[in-house]
Design a protein around this ligand. Sequence first.
Ligand SMILES: [Zn+2]
Length: 171
Amino acid sequence: MTEKHAERERAPHLRALPAAPLAQGTMSFCARCGRGPSLPPSSAVPSRVCARCGLGLMLCAEAPARPRESDAFLVADHLGRICALSARGERRVGLDESDALRLEVGELLGARGRSREELLATVRAACEGELVGVMRWPRVAMPKGGATTRGARVRVGRCGPPPAALLVFEA
Ligand SMILES: [Zn+2]
């Protein structure tokens, strides 16, 4: 058993979901508004900036991890630093993206101690492409003063470029 495998075995709060196969391909979405591209990919030179809201960078994620337009989500790098917080994500956590960008994902989601370590390990694994499909983070408390103080379920997948973790809040 590899060390990484053993580490995963010790993480009781993380549970692999039945993942859709990678053959479903990747889909692009805006890191700000969550919407897909406005034009068929073949009809224009692809732009990294969202043509719908003009604010977010376009990212790609495998279909099971990709957020729906109605989802709140965030993007974090391999060190857990927040790289993007969607418009709905801002309302969900009660912070503007500009403030969230100064935080690490554990701070933003109120994960402390072992929970924070598990969250960071999951984010790192997603960035490294170790997660095939989607994971759940069932016990996340919002920071005090946020829009909600209840726990959240967060789907963790990978997105990019560059390689990053995509965390989608589930209702
Ligand atoms: Zn957009």
